[in-house]
Unconditional design. Structure first.
Length: 329
């Protein structure tokens, strides 16, 4: 009985010892855990890491913003490029269409030219057959205006009404008249008062050339000497200065009205200056009337200009042409 009692006491003592040891180790572990959590050196690296994470997050947000903005720029550029391509394609199509039209027009013009040459050849042959090869025309006439003169004088009304309303048409008619004379021996331009466009050539004939013709039309834009809206002085000055029984001369009068008193007296004066030879006046007088004063009811001075120039052109072998518009045709 005593032996069993001794073993029980030893076993109970061993279990108590183990309990003490386990509790001791548990207390040590708990102390270590408490000491680790409260250690400032152990907490500080975690705070520093949090700061780095925030910085990197900020950088990431900025990169995302830049990336989105760049993507928008790329999208806008792609849209503009697509629009430019569409426009380029449209322009290319228009250019191709224009080239085709130009080619067709050139082809038509070439055909018309060939047909005209053939018609002219046939007409010439027919005229030779009907009139004979030795036939000579007495006068060369284009549009009712004789163009057999070798010298041309322009007498242009430079009044305010002409300059303001009809000057573009004046330049056009100047070019038209020069075109029907491929080449002449002399040119001269003066206004209705007898003032020369080229004072250095006063009383002299200017030499005809493509350059001189171009310069005449160009100078019209800045040439506006004084005018009394009467062509009489310029016509008389032209005949007195350049009359020559050995020269064929034409005077072209550009005007819109006549402010003088007597049409008959002007016609008589011109007849004395422009002497006849062989039944014809040596200086032809042509006139072009510009309808500046024909807006609504024609003015009396405009009607008198037409009457005067119709009489002078009739008596002096010329033609009077009254325009019905001031715009280019």
């Amino acid at each position: 009985m005593r032996g069993r009692s001794g073993r029980r006491e030893l076993q109970e003592a061993s279990i108590s010892f183990l309990d003490v040891i386990s509790c001791g180790f548990g207390a040590i572990v708990l102390l270590l855990i408490i000491a680790r959590i409260g250690d400032p050196e152990a907490v500080e690296p975690i705070s520093a890491l949090d700061g780095d994470v925030k910085i990197m997050q900020k950088m990431l947000f900025e990169l995302r913003s830049d990336s989105a903005e760049r993507q928008r720029d790329i999208d806008n550029g792609a849209q503009r490029l697509a629009a430019d391509r569409v426009r380029l394609l449209q322009l290319s199509e228009r250019l191709a269409t224009a080239k085709r039209q130009l080619s067709a027009e050139k082809s038509d013009a070439s055909k018309e030219s060939a047909q005209l040459q053939l018609a002219l050849q046939m007409l010439t042959e027919e005229m030779d057959r009907l009139l004979g090869q030795n036939f000579q025309r007495r006068n060369q006439v284009i549009g009712g205006i004789p163009v057999d003169s070798e010298y041309i004088i322009f007498v242009v009304d430079t009044s305010g009404s002409m300059y303001a309303a009809a000057w573009e048409r004046v330049k056009q008619e100047m070019v038209n008249i020069l075109d029907i004379y491929p080449e002449v021996k002399g040119l001269q331009i003066m206004n209705d008062m007898g003032n020369y466009m080229y004072p250095n050539y006063r009383g002299q004939w200017m030499q005809d050339s493509p350059a001189s013709r171009k310069d005449i039309v160009s100078r019209l834009d800045r040439w506006q000497p004084f005018s009394n809206s009467s062509p009489v002085e310029g016509i008389q000055q032209a005949i007195r200065t350049f009359y020559d029984p050995n020269k064929k001369i034409s005077v072209y009068v550009f005007g819109d009205d006549f402010s003088g008193n007597s049409i008959r007296r002007v016609a008589e004066t011109v007849a004395k200056l422009n002497k006849a030879k062989g039944g014809e006046r040596l200086v032809r007088i042509h006139a072009i009337g510009f309808p500046v004063h024909y807006q609504g009811t024609p003015s009396r001075s405009a009607i008198r200009f037409a009457a005067l120039m119709r009489e002078l052109s009739y008596q002096n072998g010329g033609t009077f042409v009254g325009l019905n518009s001031l715009t280019r045709e």
